[in-house]
Design a protein around this ligand. Structure first.
Ligand code: HPA
Length: 236
């Protein structure tokens, strides 16, 4: 038990899906898992454990942004012993070749966050996905006929950037294809504690073209992404 999580040791599986939204965690548990049990509800940041195709797996909400994700992920790894952590989220698009509904696999995560930067002094640490999880997700997405891009994601601490798209110009010029708010902290913690992590995001709003996902498409895209993430997660 921690101040943020009342689960008992053993309540989580080795692998977890990490949506930001607590209600999405509940939806994932109710829609995809068999025998899902609520394991955490502190602050309504819901966590569940159940089975997927007979294999034990958990889902835990992280809240929005790297400070919030950092708390849950730190504890999942160090208090509960989790080994495989897969973020399932949405992101904004920073490249017109990525279409609304496409998946972005965050191969690496650039960031403006001091959480990552301040830890490394003179060095610019490069937060990266676990290669095995990344390869597995890319292969499975291709086999399922999903449009999917592996590339550099921006994990920003700022959703409403004062400078709008211009804020990301240099990053876009260096191949950064999407923006969300959590992957870099996830990858940095996974590296620090020797576990595996991947962030998979559905692109819901393109900052370059202004295209946005519709409500129905959002739901079907999330469904496909979660199925993919569960398949990758239970494989270990
Ligand atoms: N910025 C940051 N995070 C996001 C966005 C965005 O535009 N869209 C979805 N998640």
């Amino acid at each position: 038990m921690t101040p943020h999580n009342h689960a008992k040791p053993g309540d989580y599986a080795d692998a977890v899906l990490l949506p930001g939204d607590p209600l999405r965690a509940k939806w994932i548990a109710e829609t995809f898992l068999d025998d899902a049990q609520l394991v955490n509800s502190v602050r309504n940041c819901l966590g569940f454990t159940g089975t997927w195709k007979g294999k034990r797996v958990s889902v835990q909400a992280t809240g929005m942004g790297q400070p919030s994700l950092g708390i849950y992920v730190h504890e999942l790894i160090n208090v509960y012993g989790l080994k495989t952590l897969i973020r399932v989220g949405t992101c904004g698009g920073l490249n017109a070749k990525v279409r609304v509904r496409d998946l972005i696999l965050a191969q690496a995560a650039s960031t403006d966050s001091t959480i990552v930067r301040d830890h490394f002094g003179a060095y610019s640490f490069a937060p990266i996905a676990d290669f095995g999880l990344l390869r597995s997700a890319a292969e499975k997405a291709e086999a399922r006929g999903m449009r999917c891009h592996a590339g550099n994601m921006l994990s920003s601490d700022i959703f409403y950037h004062e400078d709008g798209l211009a804020a990301y110009g240099k990053l876009m010029a260096h191949g950064v294809i999407g923006v969300e708010m959590e992957a870099a902290a996830l990858y940095t913690l996974a590296a620090r504690f020797g576990v595996k992590a991947l962030a998979i995001c559905t692109m819901t709003d393109c900052l370059v073209t202004g295209a946005e996902i519709g409500a129905e498409e959002r739901q079907s895209s999330l469904r496909e992404m979660v199925e993919l993430a569960l398949e990758v997660a239970v494989e270990g």
